[in-house]
Design a protein around this ligand. Structure first.
Ligand SMILES: Cc1cc2nc3c(=O)[nH]c(=O)nc-3n(C[C@H](O)[C@H](O)[C@H](O)COP(=O)(O)OP(=O)(O)OC[C@H]3O[C@@H](n4cnc5c(N)ncnc54)[C@H](O)[C@@H]3O)c2cc1C
Ligand code: FES
Length: 257
C-alpha cells in the first residue's frame, strides 16, 4: 500500500557523470515493491513543491534497502544529488503497476535506453530463463555489471560508438539477430515506439514503461495521460501513466504523436 515515509539515505554516490545511485533504508517498500514500480521523491521543505517520480532500481528485501538511480536534469533531481548520507528524505510509494512476469516464459528481451535502464535491474532478478539485455546510451553505459550479475547477456550501443555498437538499440538488436518470447522496455518515447514496431514485426509481445511528466503521481491531477487504443484502432482513450501504468502493453499504446 502506498504511504509516506521518511527514510534515511544510507548511501549516495555519483556512478557516472550526473548519474547518482541513492540507497534508502526503507524496509516497508523493499518488502512489497514490484519490478517497474516507482516512488515519488520530495525535495526539501521550502524547495519545489511537487515530488519527482523515480523508478525503483533494486530492492534488498532482507536488508530493507531500496536503491534508486537517477540523472540530474533539473532543479528537483539536482536537489536530490546534494543530499548526504545520513539525511532523511520524504518518499511516497510504491506507486504504479510494474512489469507482468510469467514464469513459463523462457527467453526474455530487456531493452533499456539511458536512464530507463534502472527498473530493468530489479526486473532481471525476478525472471527465470534466458535474459538478453540491449542497452542504448548517448555516451557512457551504466548498470551493465548489475544486469550481468543477475544472469543477463548484455549488449551495449552508444550513439557515436564510444562503447559497444555504434548506433541505436534497435539496430543493435537487429544486428545481433536475437529473438525471444517477451520484451520489456523502458526509455525515451521514440525508443519505445521503435521497440513497439520491432516487436510487432517479430510477433513478440512487448511491455513498455512509459515516462510522462507527473505532478501528483497518484491519479488525481490527470497530468500524465497517454493515448490508448480502445476496441478499434481509430478509437482511443486517455490512460494515466501514474496509476494505470507506467507499464503498458505496447500494442495498446497510440504512438503516432
Ligand atoms: C514513472 C517514472 C519513472 C522515472 N524513473 C526515473 C529514474 O529511475 N531515474 C531518473 O533519472 N529519472 C526517472 N524519471 C524521470 C524523472 O522523474 C525526471 O527526470 C524528474 O522528474 C525531473 O525533475 P527535475 O526537477 O530535475 O527536472 P525539471 O526541471 O522538472 O525538468 C528538467 C528537464 O527534464 C525533462 N523531464 C522532466 N521530467 C521528465 C519525464 N518524466 N520524462 C522525460 N523528461 C522529463 C524536462 O522536460 C526538462 O527538459 C522517471 C519518470 C517517470 C514518470
Ligand atoms: S501525475 Fe497526476 S494523475 Fe498522473
Amino acid at each position: 500500500m502506498k504511504k509516506v515515509y521518511y527514510p534515511t539515505i544510507i548511501n549516495q554516490e555519483e556512478i557516472a557523470e550526473n548519474i547518482f545511485r541513492m540507497e534508502l533504508e526503507l524496509d516497508e517498500i523493499a518488502k512489497v515493491a514490484l519490478p517497474g514500480q516507482f516512488i515519488n521523491l520530495y525535495c526539501k521543505e521550502g524547495e519545489n513543491l511537487l515530488p519527482r517520480p523515480i523508478s525503483i532500481c533494486e530492492v534488498n528485501k532482507e536488508k530493507g534497502i531500496v536503491t534508486l538511480v537517477y540523472a540530474v536534469v533539473g532543479k528537483g533531481t539536482n536537489s536530490f544529488s546534494l543530499l548526504k548520507k545520513g539525511e532523511n528524505v520524504k518518499v511516497l510509494g510504491p506507486l504504479g503497476n510494474g512489469f507482468q512476469i510469467d514464469k513459463s516464459i523462457e527467453k526474455h528481451i530487456l531493452i533499456g535506453g539511458g536512464i530507463g535502464v534502472p527498473p530493468l535491474i530489479e526486473l532481471a532478478k525476478h525472471l527465470t530463463g534466458e535474459i538478453y539485455a540491449f542497452l542504448g546510451f548517448a555516451e557512457s553505459p551504466i548498470l551493465v555489471k548489475e544486469l550481468e550479475n543477475y544472469g543477463a547477456k548484455v549488449f551495449v550501443a552508444t550513439d557515436k560508438g564510444r562503447e559497444g555498437f555504434k548506433g541505436n538499440v534497435i539496430d543493435l538488436i537487429k544486428n545481433e539477430n536475437i529473438s525471444g518470447d517477451m520484451i520489456y522496455s523502458c526509455g525515451p518515447k521514440p525508443m519505445l515506439k521503435a521497440v513497439s514496431i520491432w516487436a510487432e514485426e517479430m510477433g513478440i509481445k512487448a511491455q513498455v514503461s512509459m515516462e510522462e511528466r507527473m505532478a501528483c503521481g497518484i491519479g488525481v491531477c490527470v497530468g500524465c495521460t497517454c493515448k490508448h487504443k480502445k476496441n478499434e484502432e481509430e478509437d482511443w482513450e486517455n490512460k494515466k501513466v501514474c496509476t494505470d501504468g507506467p507499464v503498458f502493453w505496447s500494442e495498446e499504446v497510440v504512438w503516432n504523436e
